[in-house]
Each structure stands twice: as C-alpha cells, then as structure tokens.
Design a protein around this ligand. Structure first.
Ligand code: PLP
Length: 389
C-alpha cells in the first residue's frame, strides 16, 4: 500500500518506545517525562465538577474563555505586555500541538528552522510535517552553552525561525541572560521568528527565575511563546498547551489548530482555570519537592559513578555513564539504555536520541525524575546492581 513519503522522514518516538519496553519488563520508568503522582486535589475536583456540570461540548476553538482570561493574566505578567485573551491566546492540545501548529502556520515548504540539539524529540517531526527543513545546531557537553556564532553559521537566506526551549529538556539547562541575548540578536539580525517552548517555566532550581524570551522588547512582535499545563500541575495526559503571540502570528496559527483538533478538552480546560488559581503555597511546595527529587536523583547517579551537571531547571539529566565501574560502560548509548531497562529494570533514554548531528550524545542516557521519592529510592536499589556484576 502506498503511504506518504513524509512518513519515512521520522520514526516512532523512541521515548514512547522505551515506556512500552519499561512496561513489558516491569522497569521503573525514568525514560518518559511524566510524574508518577497526581495533579492537586482541587484541580481534579474541578475537572469532575466541570464534567458533572455539563461542560462537555466543544468550546471556542482557541480556548475556553475563562482559561484564556487566566492565561492572559499570567502572560501579561510574564511577557510584560498587555496580552488580550480574545486576541493573543490559543489553547491547544499540549505543547506538542502548539509547536506543530505554529510551524505549519509560519513556515513554507523548504524554509529552514534552527533546532538546538540535544532537543526534545517532537521538534524535528513538527518541522517535517510542515515540509520545512530542520537545521540542527549541537550544544557541547558538559556545559551545553549556547554559542551564537555557531548558530549563525547555520543560518541561510532560507532560515525563517529559531526554536528555543528553556528550561531545557534534556540537559536541565536554564539559559542565562547572555545566552538569551545571543539568540535575540540573531533573530533580529536575520529577520527571524522566535518560537519558544517554555513548558518547564515553573521548574527552576537554586533561586533561578524564568525569563520569557518574548519579554525582551526588541522581539515582542516576532516571538511565539508556547507553554503548557502538563508538567507544572502533573497532568501530562490532559493534553493542555497554549500559544501566546502577537496578532498577525496568532491569526495564522489559530485556524491551523482549529482544523487539527477543533479544541482542547473543554472540562479539562475548565479545571485548568482552577490550576492557574492555585495559591503561592502550591508553587513553594512544588519547588521544594522538585529540589528534593533532583537532589535524590543526582546523589544516586553520582554515587554510582555517572557524570552529569546538576540540573538548573526542568526535570531531566543527561548523564554520562562511561566512567561507571561496570562492563557495559563502553557500550553505545542505545544498547546501554536497552540493557538498563530490560536487565536492571530502570528505563532511561539513550542520549543519541536527542541529537541528529552525528557523533553527539553517545556515552550518555537521560533520566527523568518527576517521581515520588520512594520511586527514586527503588531506582537507586536497582541501579546499584549495575556495580555488583
Ligand atoms: C521541551 C518539551 N516540549 C514539549 C513537550 C511535550 O509537551 P506536551 O505534553 O504538552 O505536548 C515536552 C515533554 O516532555 C518537552 O519536554
């Protein structure tokens, strides 16, 4: 049977594949980035209530009005300009849809988009769906710092956009002001659009503060800010994302979203209003809990001989296993990740999965740690067996 040529340009997600392997082998799943705990009780109650109260039909395609209002308030603060809920906001099915809809709306076939690697694995397929050309620029370990000169060398007359994720999956970097300024200078110098993925905007460590690149005045009119509810409120399965953009850009994006999915699930959008209304004490505890998870995860990895930079944000670490005292430490990353999952029964993702540039990512695996402390302790017990061979 004939299938479209574009399907040959990407494979099934390796991360979701690792989750299937983890389930098959009863492994602790530190591969896919989702929490093993529930959203806050009041948010769950709000979802149940919305369903019982009859909030069950399609809503306005670009979002349930009270949610757009709450998002406009959040992003007016975060971006520093007056975000109008009726003009600048679109609620979509996850950041995945936010990025795909944005690329479909803004890139013509053959136009290029810069993707900084290691990158979340949905970025390239989104570009492929838009028939655009993803152009990868690698970051160098162990610091994973943005090098604007290197990005600039990848920019051509066909380049239309830069896709920029901070806090960053999978490195745990929170790009600093100098790095963000470097990106902004490139965007301005080459007349590009800046598309940001800020899904981890509420998970930063050691007093760091998230600064949205779209808050820089010089790029306000050319930045599409993508955010999501899944990570902050432990509801990745609810599929809630959003896009904030200036009028000409959001006007192009909204119809694409409409024809892709019509709207995100209405009762869950209603419950998301309750999530955005949570008091400051929620965020204080959320951050304290994430600090504890990060510290437990990193202590486990350091004790076992992994090498990794302590994450500055998000909930991943890209850990180098090559100096571990185990016979497998010289294996390629995909074999090592497979062995960890099936034999040690802790699932992780090969570092090579986050790069397309040859020669990068080997010798490392990504662990995701949005997990209960007891889950991380059990992972520790299992991982320790690596050294008993
Ligand atoms: C950087 C980044 N963007 C987007 C996503 C997917 O977001 P969503 O579940 O809202 O589609 C993830 C999930 O891990 C991610 O890490």
């Amino acid at each position: 049977m004939h299938v479209a040529a574009r399907t040959s340009r990407f494979q099934e997600s390796m991360i979701r594949e690792m989750t299937r392997l983890a389930m098959k082998h009863d492994a602790i799943n530190l591969s896919q980035g989702f929490p093993d705990f529930n959203p806050p009780e009041e948010v769950i109650e709000a979802a149940v209530k919305a369903i019982r109260d009859g909030v069950n039909q399609y809503t306005v395609t670009w979002g349930y009005p009270p949610l757009r209002k709450a998002l406009a308030e959040k992003y007016t603060r975060q971006l520093g300009w007056e975000v109008d809920p009726d003009i600048h906001v679109a609620v979509v099915c996850g950041v995945t849809e936010a990025i795909t809809a944005t690329l479909l709306a803004l890139l013509d076939p053959g136009e290029e988009i810069i993707i900084i690697e290691p990158a979340h694995e949905n970025f390239r397929p989104a570009a492929v769906l838009a028939e655009a050309v993803p152009v990868s620029v690698p970051l160098e370990k162990p610091d994973y710092r943005i090098d604007p000169a290197r990005i600039e060398r990848a920019i051509t007359p066909k380049t239309r956009a830069i896709l920029f994720n901070t806090p960053h999956n999978p490195t745990g970097r929170v790009f600093d002001a100098e790095e963000v300024q470097g990106i902004i200078d490139l965007v301005l110098r080459h007349d590009l659009v800046l598309i940001t993925d800020e899904i981890y905007d509420q998970i930063l460590y050691d007093g760091r503060v998230h600064v949205s690149p779209g808050s820089y005045e010089a790029v306000r009119d050319r930045t599409v800010t993508c955010g999501g509810m899944g990570k902050t409120y432990a509801m990745t399965g609810w599929r809630l994302g959003h896009i904030i953009a200036p009028e000409p850009l959001i006007n192009a994006i909204r119809p694409i979203h409409d024809y892709m999915t019509i709207c995100a699930p209405t009762p869950l959008q209603a419950a998301a209003v309750a999530a955005l209304a949570l008091p400051p004490s929620f965020y204080t505890k959320h951050l304290a809990d994430y600090h504890e998870r990060r510290d437990v995860m990193m202590d486990v990895l350091y004790t076992l001989g992994f090498q990794a930079v302590r994450p500055e944000g998000a909930y991943y670490t890209l850990a180098d296993y090559t100096s571990i005292d185990a016979p497998q430490s010289d294996w390629p990353a995909d074999r090592f990740a497979h062995w960890l999952t099936t034999e040690i029964r802790v699932a992780a993702v090969a570092g090579t999965n986050f790069y397309t540039v040859p020669g990068y990512g080997d010798g490392s695996v990504r662990f995701a740690f949005p997990k209960r402390i007891e889950t991380l302790r059990e992972a520790h017990a299992r991982l320790s067996r690596m050294l008993d061979q």
